[in-house]
Design a binder for this molecule. Structure first.
Ligand code: MN
Length: 245
């Protein structure tokens, strides 16, 4: 099996190192990841400048671009083969509910999925990298167990609790929860006295009931949500068609 690995925390992040180390014994891996932390990059492509790919001492490739740039460049020019699987992560912190729209981790996997390749985004339930090697081993288990059982291509969003390996149990299938609207921006002044804004934290959970990714992770379970890309609001489509008729 040939696996393309990317992330949004950058090629030096502990999460992508742990994931690559866990997957190297079971697959031919290639790592193509951003040169810096691009968390929150969503599905952005860099169209205003060229991209360069460089190879680090450990064999990882790093790109001066977004997670989507990395996977796009790998699939459309850099690799001379089509990978069997694209994986992204392991992200530093959760990607649940509305996070999936902003997440560069999910976006890297999405780019693979859009090219018809099965793709999995992995995140840890909490920030800080605690038990990251356990999470990577657990991610490998998930790939080995489920890679061929789902109809391809699929796009899975996986959140793994920060727990020791022997406390990571079988994953549970979930739907995305929802968050309240994000917290306000944080106002500050730059050194010249000009007002600046830092994007604030995401909102608290709003729909974290049973069956959601939030609920599963709160119970200490690994959550797997199958995602789709079609944003069409199918019920409103009929109403709109009638209104426009
Ligand atoms: Mn990130």
């Amino acid at each position: 099996m040939r696996i393309l690995i990317s992330n949004d925390d950058g090629y030096l992040a502990p999460g992508i190192n742990a994931l690559a180390e866990a997957l190297a014994p079971i697959a031919d891996i290639v790592v193509v990841a951003p040169d810096s932390n691009r968390s929150g990059a969503s599905n952005s492509l860099s169209l205003d400048r060229p991209l360069s790919v460089q190879r680090a001492a450990n064999g990882f490739y790093f790109v001066n671009g977004t997670p989507t740039d990395c996977v796009h460049v790998a699939l459309t020019g850099m690799l001379d083969y089509k990978p069997d699987l694209v994986v992204s992560g392991i992200n530093n912190g959760p990607n649940m509910g509305d996070d999936t729209l902003y997440s560069g981790t999910v976006a890297a996997a999405t780019e693979g999925y859009l090219f018809g390749i099965p793709a999995i985004a992995f995140s840890q339930g909490a920030h800080g990298w605690e038990h990251i090697e356990d999470a990577a081993r657990h991610a490998r288990d998930i790939i080995q167990r489920y890679y061929e059982t789902l109809p391809a291509p699929y796009l899975l969003n996986v959140n793994i609790p920060n727990r020791p390996y022997d406390q990571l149990t079988a994953p549970v299938a979930t739907r995305l929860g929802r968050r309240h609207q994000a917290e306000p921006v944080i106002r500050a002044q730059d050194p010249r006295g000009k007002e600046i804004f830092w994007i604030g934290p995401p909102g608290a959970t709003k729909d974290a009931g049973e069956g959601t990714d939030f609920f599963a992770c709160a119970q200490g379970r690994t959550s797997i949500t199958p995602l789709q890309i079609d944003l069409t609001h199918k019920t409103q489509l009929d109403a709109l068609a009638k209104a426009l008729a």
